[in-house]
Ligand binder design. Structure first.
Ligand SMILES: [Zn+2]
Length: 272
């Protein structure tokens, strides 16, 4: 049932965060599973030694990253693709449903896998495909990142972060212009994540403030860094604008949302 999706939501609202974390973390730990693909460890093509990559929250310095020569499941500086047994069917099912919905509404084809971050908290998207998968790219969601959402009491931030990553896949597919800094691409993905959150809240129990906080928390103040992703305020504003485009504007087309997102960042100063 939908009410069991992200099972800790109600707990977090009812008890102190610290207690909620104690309750929730073990649940998350045993629940993580690849959304697509079982069995053999997925890898990027062995002939590939570098990939275009958007490191979304962990502060990667570049738009490219290297795949370790001997282990193509390991992206240097980012993390290793992992497969964990799924022991919590409700969370696993929720993730599958969210990924399937994102593929449908964004009209992209990309598997999502978990990864073990090398450091910090991260989720990334790359246009590269894994061996055995033909599509528009790959989404990797960090184990720590997922765990952090429960620690922060923002489990509904998980589908929003997923939406941000799938928005990057859509950007790759739609040939989003390559700009000097990552900020505009990130704010546009936040806008699309807000739009999807509005869409999701129409058919599932969802606390939008969870999502807003999750987005706000990954902002940064490294204004002069090429990998500056936008301040917390800018990222929250992009999310909100996308959210209300769906809820108040009743815009159900992701193509229109994509264009409105471009208009939004242009209005913020993006050199488009
Ligand atoms: Zn991003």
């Amino acid at each position: 049932m939908d009410t069991n999706v992200f099972c800790c939501t109600r707990v977090v609202r009812a008890v102190p965060i610290a207690l909620a974390a104690v309750i929730c973390i073990p649940i998350v730990w045993i629940a993580m599973e690849t959304v697509d693909g079982q069995g053999a460890m997925p890898r990027f093509a062995s002939s590939t030694n570098s990939i275009e990559l958007i490191g979304c929250v962990g502060g990667q310095d570049a738009h490219t990253a290297a795949i370790s020569g001997a282990d193509s499941s390991h992206i240097e500086g980012v993390g290793r693709i992992i497969i964990l047994p799924g022991l919590n069917p409700a969370v696993d099912q929720a993730l599958r449903e969210d990924c399937n919905e994102l593929r449908k509404v964004f009209q992209v084809n990309a598997p999502m896998f978990f990864m073990e971050e090398e450091s910090g908290y991260n989720a990334v998207a790359t246009p590269e495909s894994l061996e055995g998968f033909v599509g528009d790219g790959t989404v990797l969601f960090g184990r720590r990142m997922m765990e952090l959402q429960y620690i922060n009491g923002t489990p509904d931030g998980i589908p929003t972060i997923l939406a941000h990553e799938f928005a990057h896949i859509l950007q790759y597919k739609a040939r989003f212009p390559r700009l000097a800094t990552a900020k505009w691409q990130e704010l546009h993905a936040d806008y699309m994540a807000g739009w999807f959150t509005g869409h999701r809240s129409r058919y599932k129990p969802h606390i939008p403030m969870n999502s807003l906080i999750a987005v706000f928390n990954v902002g940064d103040y490294a204004f002069n860094h090429p990998n500056h992703h936008g301040t917390p305020q800018e990222r929250a504003a992009a999310f909100e604008r996308g959210f209300w485009l769906n809820i108040n504007g009743n815009v159900s087309s992701s193509a229109i949302a994509f264009q409105e997102g471009l208009n939004f960042i242009r209005g913020m100063g993006a050199p488009l």
